[in-house]
Design a protein around this ligand. Structure first.
Ligand code: ADP
Ligand code: MG
Length: 391
């Protein structure tokens, strides 16, 4: 994968159309979490330092091609100005003369792109209209890169294009983890269901040296081997698929690591009475809610010898203690190794990020992706249209 960065393009006297993800949570007209806005600062500052002018393009919510006043980016503009410490002018969908009149370090914020039905259709006409407002296209919204939209794909083909700082950072972290990783590579895949992560498992077994399967997904794999998993979350109809994944791993020389001991309980609630038993000893009236200490010890051992880790999905029902124990322990181990410079660790996924934060491990990971769907599609080995268009 090759992509241009801000360093490869001359911004002096040019207007840069910068696609960002500032799809922030808003309550009562106030932005409640500024993180996504804060993350665009390096790109905006850099372009301005290089003598360019910045026009921000973004989506907000899901207006589905219609004007929905509550989803106007006018609501977000003051927060963007605060965070950037720059004058920010919101521009309605007519665009008008605002671009021609840009003043000093003023930043423009174009109205919610998804008000235009052309955006999500990757419409060339809409992309042309956007491209006409600037000279250079910069994509800094990795989280939107798995969708071919006018502002992520079509426009990149109309102007000199490059990745912004945030996008470049994310791409190099991902490239280090699965593109050209240092081996051995370990993947940890957990979470609720195998059915949502089939492509991901299929891609990983061909790429990594060890694949830890945890959470509810592990139950499906145990059941596929003829083990009775009682009342556990389990997709019995995927037994054949699970066996195929095991066979593919075997052929590729990928070690599959399933739970070596399991924590079982009769209720799905915090503090529920529980015991740790062998993987084939789940009582008929109980469910598997976590992996046990022997599994954690084995995984820690594998991590000790590994150079690279990619992680998606918790190892147990981490929202309810004590069934967060395996996730917390494995996260702490990975964090310590990363901090010591022994491991490159990349993690992503909504619940995964929450679990790693809860475990206090997120800060020490090499890279935490907040990109959700784009991160998962990347783990599935798919080409992301927004990235491909920058090549
Ligand atoms: P992500 O959002 O990071 O991709 P998932 O959504 O796939 O992760 O999985 C997270 C969910 O999986 C959590 O809600 C967690 O409670 C659930 N889970 C993990 N292990 C189990 C289990 N053994 N039984 C039931 N649910 C589980
Ligand atoms: Mg989830």
């Amino acid at each position: 994968m090759a992509w241009k960065t801000l360093d490869d393009i001359d911004f002096a006297g040019k207007r840069a159309l910068v696609r960002v993800d500032i799809n922030v949570p808003v309550e009562d007209g106030k932005v409640t979490d500024l993180t996504r806005i804060e993350r665009i600062i390096p790109t905006v500052d850099d372009i301005q330092e290089k003598g360019g002018k910045v026009i921000l393009m973004a989506h907000f919510g899901r207006p589905k091609g219609q004007v929905v006043p509550e989803m106007s980016l006018e609501i977000i503009a003051p927060a963007v100005a605060d965070v950037l410490g720059l004058p920010v002018t919101w521009v309605n969908s007519d665009y008008g003369d605002a671009v021609a009149e840009m003043d000093g370090d003023e930043v423009l914020l174009l109205e919610n792109l998804r008000f235009n039905p052309g955006e999500e259709k990757n419409d060339k006409g809409f992309a042309k209209r956007l491209a006409g407002l600037g000279d250079i296209y910069v994509n800094d919204a990795f989280s939107a890169a798995h969708r071919a939209h006018a502002s992520t794909e079509a426009i990149a083909r109309l102007l000199p294009a490059c990745a912004g700082r945030l996008m470049a950072e994310e791409l190099s972290a991902l490239e280090k983890a699965l593109g050209t990783p240092e081996r051995p590579v370990v993947a940890v895949v957990g979470g609720a269901k195998v059915s949502t992560k089939l492509d991901l498992l299929g891609n990983l077994v061909g790429k990594v040296d060890h694949l830890v399967i945890g959470g509810g997904m592990a139950n499906t794999f145990l059941a596929a081997q003829g083990i009775d998993v009682g009342k556990s979350l389990c997709e019995h109809d995927l037994a054949e698929t699970a066996r195929e994944i095991l066979a593919k791993a075997d052929a590729a020389g990928c070690e599959i690591i399933l739970p070596r001991d399991i924590v079982v309980a009769r209720e799905f609630k915090a503090g529920a009475a529980n015991e740790t038993v062998a993987p084939d000893a789940c009582p008929a009236d109980a469910m598997i809610l976590d992996a046990g200490a022997a599994t954690v010890a084995y995984v820690s051992d594998v991590l000790d010898r590994a150079k690279t880790l990619v992680w998606n999905g918790p190892l147990g029902a981490f929202e309810i203690a004590p069934f967060d124990a395996a996730t917390n322990a494995a996260a702490a181990k990975a964090a310590a190794l990363s901090k010591a410079g022994q491991l490159i660790s990349v993690a992503g996924g909504g619940d995964t990020v929450a679990a790693l934060n809860q475990a206090g491990a997120a800060d020490d990971f090499s890279y935490i992706s907040t990109a959700g769907g784009a991160f998962l599609e990347w783990m599935e080995g798919k080409d992301l249209p927004g990235v491909a268009a920058l090549g």
